[in-house]
Each structure stands twice: as structure tokens, then as C-alpha cells.
Design a protein around this ligand. Sequence first.
Ligand code: ARG
Length: 463
Amino acid sequence: MTKEETWSQRFESALHPAIARFNASIGFDIALIEYDLTGSQAHAKMLAHTGIISPKEGEQLVAGLEQIRQEYRQEKFQPGVDAGDEDVHFAVERRLTEIVGDVGKKLHTARSRNDQVGTDTRLYLRDQIQQIKSQLREFQGVLLDIAEKHVETLIPGYTHLQRAQPVSLAHHLLAYFQMAQRDWERLGDVSRRVNISPLGCGALAGTTFPIDRHYTAKLLHFDHIYANSLDGVSDRDFAIEFLCAASLIMVHLSRLAEEVIFWSSQEFRFVTLKDSCATGSSIMPQKKNPDVPELVRGKTGRVFGHLQAMLVIMKGLPLAYNKDLQEDKEGLFDSVNTVKASLEAMTILLREGLEFRTKRLAEAVTEDFSNATDVADYLAARGVPFREAYDLVGKIVKTCEDAGKLLKDLSLEEWQQFHPEFAADIYEAISPRQVVAARNSYGGTGFEQVKKALIAARAQMAQ
Ligand code: ARG
């Protein structure tokens, strides 16, 4: 179908050129071409297998489609609006008929572009999900590598972005490992609903030909086939689910990005950005900017936007296919590309673009009152009711603040004036290292727990 042609004898004139451009999806659905060829080859084999076309015709179609694949890869076949192609499906059919002659016109027997495009999109997404899953594994691997080196490195832990309690840096990084683990598992879940074949649902109602939908599904490695043809051609839940999963991946990357941004600031100085992953300013020569995490944080919005767009596209659609569904692609493709690019950039940034400033971190955990809970715990462990201990420690902190001191600066006498239960071992109990080590409850930051968590994380990676 080219723009000079009419749709069928029913039409008397060709499309207005501007409308043809408006209607066309070839500019973006060309990304589906390899999947379209594979899907069409399976369909052609099925037509021959069921006797709807002859075995020879089947072979001609499959070979012609393979030639198109080679031509496309060698950039000899370049479909586009200018070549008169509306979408990738028509472009392939046009070229096929040029190559194999009239038998090419048999390919579309017992098929519609509606079940065809649904098939292509699922094959595409299934592939992309696999790629994103392995990128997540790589990202997790880098987090683990760094975490293993920093079990004993302490970093201030925050709530409300106020210093709360120090934690092991490994524990902090393992939190992101767990988020990525959920992302990885979630994509596996989504895959199960992506991997269902709509091929053979026809335009909406099935077909009059004796097709074998299981046969094509098997050739294309689909796990199941859609049970209802109307649902099969108009379902985009799988795309929405993917966009949800993609949005969560971006949330996680963006949170880490935000931390890297402030860790690298003059105010924190927890990390140094290496030159390979930082940029300068065009006017301020002293600047080193965290462009990579900022871009990741910024790109997150586009993926959320695509999720929102897809939900809105679907909400008012009557059954079955409506042209609105052509709008599913650009957002999906952009989300896939954004997630992949962001994961790659963050993985590189972690692997070689930043260094934790361990000396600065060691200072940071001694310059605040983030050991105050441990003073209260100290008394509570010696029989003082926790709430009473809590109130007393509040008073101690206030006294220290007024005197410009930290808890560790109090003399034993001063401690004992506050409470007779305080003894010489209070100093050890409130040292940052002990504060961390003592949080040995399951899932806590105590070094013993963190070491176990690292082993468990390695095992999860091996799954
Ligand atoms: N380019 C179309 C899309 O992406 C293909 C399906 C067209 N089907 C139709 N009945 N007009 O959705």
C-alpha cells in the first residue's frame, strides 16, 4: 500500500498527503521490523502447515521475508513515509511482493494488522525485558562489589534528611540492591503477561480459515494464546504493566541519583566524582557537575509521563482495535530506551565514576548526636524504662548543645550526675563503630548482619 494507491476499489481517491503523514507510523514502528518479519514467517509457516497455502508458497514467503531481513540489516531496504509506506507491516508486504511476486499477496491471509501489531509489540517487549533484566543484574553486581569493600565504612544514616543513626555503607548500598532485586523480579512477572500470543485473533473476531494458533505461538515461543479475540487485539495491559515496572526502576535509580548528587556537594563531600563521569561549567572553572545522576533524575519524569499517557489512551476505548492504539508505541519505545540508557549510565558511574571519601565519612559520623539513641538504649538495658531514658537523654543532648560539646566529650562524672547507672563503658557504647555493630537484629546494619546480607545477595544474583 503506497500513498499513491487507494485502499481498495471502494475508495475513489488517494489520501491527502498531510493526512497520509498524520496517519503513518512508519517513522517509529520501524523499530518493530525484525519482530514483524519473525512473526510473519511464523504465520506463513502456519498457513502452509494447515494447507491454507501450498508448502511451496510457504517456503517462498519465508525466504522472501528472510531476504527483507538481510536487506534491512545491510540498509538496502529503507522503508519510510517518503517511500509511500504507512507502517512497517505494509512496508514489509510491499517489499515481499516486489521480491516474490504475487504469492506475496497471500501472506496476509487469515491475519489482520491488528493481531499482527499486537504480536510484534509483544515480541519486541519480551526481548527488551530480557535485556533490561540483565542490565539490572550488572547494576546489582556493581552495588555488591562496592558494598563488599565497605562493610566497615560508616556513613551517617538519615531520617527527614536529619542525621539519625550511623550505618554501614554496605548496608546503605544493599538497600538499593534490594530495590533492584524487586525490579528484576517484577519484570519477570510482567513477562508472563507479555508472552501471550494474539496472533490469529484477526481483525477482532477470529477468522474463517482453519488456522492453528497454537502452532504460531509455539514457533514464536509464546507461553499461551489469548482466549478471546476481541481482548487479544485490544489488550495493552502488558504495556501498562511494563511502564509501571519501568517507572519503579526509574524511581529507584532517581533516588540513588539524588543521593549521589548531594553526596558530591561541598556540603557533604562524601564522594568524589571522577573526571570520566563529571562535567565542567562553561563559565565557572572550579565546577565539577554531577550531570549523570541529574539526567537520570530528570529522565525519570518522561517514563512516568508515558505511563500516564498509556493509561489515558486506554480508559475510554471501546472494543476492539481503535487507531488510538497506534499511540502505544512511541512512549513504550522511549521508556525502554530511557531505562536502558539510565541503567547503563548509573552502572558506569558506580563502577568507575565515583569514589567514597572514607576519611571524610569517618569524621562525619563523629560530629553529631546520632549516637543518642544508644545512650537511651544503654540505660534501658540496665533497667531504666525506655521512655524515661529517652527524656533524660534529650536533656543531656540539650546540655551538650548549650555547652558546644558532643556526647563523647562528657566526663564520667558528668555522665553520672545525669544518672548513676552510667559507667566507664558508656564511651565504647557510643562510639560510632559500636553504635553500628550493636544493631545486630535481622536486617539491621550490624556488621554481622551485613556480612550475612552480602552472602544472601550473592546467592540471589546466582538465581
Ligand atoms: N500502525 C498500526 C498500529 O500501530 C497498525 C494496525 C492498524 N490497524 C488498523 N486497523 N488500522 O496500531
